[in-house]
Design a binder for this molecule. Structure first.
Ligand SMILES: Nc1nc2c(ncn2[C@@H]2O[C@H](COP(=O)(O)OP(=O)(O)OP(=O)(O)O)[C@@H](O)[C@H]2O)c(=O)[nH]1
Ligand SMILES: [Mg+2]
Length: 472
């Protein structure tokens, strides 16, 4: 694997405290590089020095200061290359978990010739030595940052290689399709097999696009599990949007009055549901503005509507349906959403045919979840949270997510964009050259995703690994 990554010296030995800062049972100080055992043995008095100990064998002994005085009783172990986390020689020293003793141990190692590790440098070395691919390296961070069972499982799946395998298969198919296109470029115009080739290529592009979309689905779920779901509460003025926000948060966060047009700005709060962060956004009521402030509020609400992962459309169920409902239903139809028919504690409003507002909305959006709730009594709120998560997770399952970052999701989207362009080029007869160029674009995006070849280099890796903690 070629790379121009700015390791200060490829062959130096790095050291860091690998455990969290603070008092604990033990602390682990880790070294990686060719001098790991040599540097450690100089400040450890073990039953047998690490230099003469088989790998993965714990030795008992003492950590000594500059004057040879014992500072702590420790355990030490080493891992031989290439079968270690980084692929290099690694030593781990287990001190007692005091802040001072771990710090002192690290200082002694640094005085002995090790260099302080950069954030994520152990994992970066694991990647550079070929021990793990970039998707697994990024999944390590996913494991560390997981805040819910689902997020942890998604990270574990990626760490086991599910994302790398899935994306790797797609990449291999892209390569062979590119090859086919190159061959067809060499064929002469009057070659009779050209037409059937063309159909085959179009079908392959479609199949690859579908695979990438499946991958995107699973990675988007993983991203939502990490970053949270942006849930935007929208609807007409006075329907109870702010009351709903307050009821979900169980606190009086937004002003509620019986005057339409109370909320002007966006109000954002995070609620954790089943371990998933829901980023709730209350908005100004949609409709015609009566003054300039309200007009600005409405345009912010419309913007938030567009940028939402899920929309909760709040309808006042105690008044008859309005023409606005028709427009809103059209806007929502193809976007992830849930309808909350509020004020179910009051008698329902009806249209002239006697249908309740909830029934009219359910007719308008037949595929959508339409729930009766009361922000005032709290009725139906658990079901609403469930429905909001299900709306984004496709059928309510977050089971199949793969740990992914926004960067990775972006690369997959780019690859899909290139393939769609390639498909259009083939369909419109723009020629195989144009399609081949699109495939090259898709391949580069997949290379950046997987961190292979030239794409996995320099600034990109520095950016990825700088998000890790020191010692990982
Ligand atoms: N009976 C009943 N009244 C409710 C319910 N939810 C809200 N209200 C009342 O409806 C009125 C409007 O509530 P808000 O939460 O301010 O409505 P909103 O949609 O945020 O209004 P704007 O900010 O003006 O767009 C207030 O008088 C609330 O007390 C409910 O579930 N039942
Ligand atoms: Mg409001």
């Amino acid at each position: 694997m070629t790379s121009s990554v700015s390791l200060r010296e490829e062959n130096d030995t790095i050291a860091a405290i690998a455990t969290a800062w603070g008092e604990a049972g033990i602390a682990i100080v880790r070294l990686s590089g060719p001098g790991a055992r040599k540097i450690s043995d100089r400040l450890l008095s073990l039953t047998v020095p690490l230099a003469q100990t088989p790998p993965r064998y714990l030795r008992n002994g003492y950590l000594l200061d500059e004057n040879g005085e014992a500072l702590d009783q420790v355990l030490a172990v080493w891992f031989a290359p290439p079968k270690s986390y980084t692929g290099e020689e690694i030593v781990e020293i287990h001190t007692h978990g005091g802040v001072l003793v771990a710090r002192k141990c690290l200082d002694l190692l640094l005085c002995g010739g090790a260099r302080p590790a950069d954030p994520g440098e152990f994992t970066k070395r694991a990647f550079l030595s070929g021990r793990i691919d970039l998707t697994r390296a990024e999944a390590v961070l996913g494991i560390i940052r997981s805040r819910s069972d689902e997020a942890l499982k998604a990270a574990a799946r990626t760490l086991k290689g599910e994302l790398a395998d899935f994306a790797g298969d797609i990449y291999d198919e892209l390569l062979s399709l590119s090859g086919e296109l190159e061959v067809s470029l060499d064929l002469s115009e009057d070659d009779s097999s050209l037409e059937s080739d063309e159909d085959g290529i179009i079908q392959s592009i479609q199949a690859l696009t579908q695979s990438l979309e499946d991958l995107l689905d699973r990675c988007s779920t993983g991203l939502l599990l990490r970053e949270g779901i942006r849930v935007v509460i929208v609807g007409r003025p006075n329907v109870g949007k702010s009351s709903l926000l307050n009821a979900l948060l169980k606190e009086s966060r937004a002003i509620v009055t019986s005057i339409p047009g109370t909320t002007r700005d966006l109000i954002e709060e995070v609620l954790t549901y089943r371990g998933i962060p829901l980023r709730l956004v209350d908005t100004a009521g949609l409709g015609t503005a009566s003054d300039e402030v309200e007009a600005i509020g409405i345009s912010k609400a419309e913007e938030a509507f567009e940028r939402a992962d899920v929309r909760i459309w709040v309808v006042d169920g105690s008044v008859p349906p309005s023409p606005f409902d028709l427009l809103m239903a059209e806007k929502l139809r193809d976007l992830p959403h849930v309808v909350a028919v509020n004020k179910c504690d009051l008698p329902p409003g009806r249209d002239i045919a006697g249908k309740t507002t909830a029934e009219v909305i359910a007719d308008l959006l037949q595929e959508s979840p339409v729930l009766s709730i009361s922000a005032m009594t709290g009725a139906g709120l658990e079901g609403l949270k469930d429905a909001a998560v299900s709306a984004i997770a496709g059928g309510g399952t977050l089971d199949n997510g793969l740990n992914a970052t926004a960067r990775q999701v972006g690369e997959i989207r780019d690859a899909i964009g290139f393939l769609k362009e390639g498909y259009r080029a083939m369909e419109s007869g723009a020629g195989h050259d144009a399609a081949a160029e699109c495939l090259t674009g898709a391949r580069s995006a997949m290379e950046r995703l997987l961190g292979i070849a030239e794409a996995g280099s320099g600034a990109l890796l520095d950016h990825i690994f700088s998000q890790f903690c020191v010692g990982k």
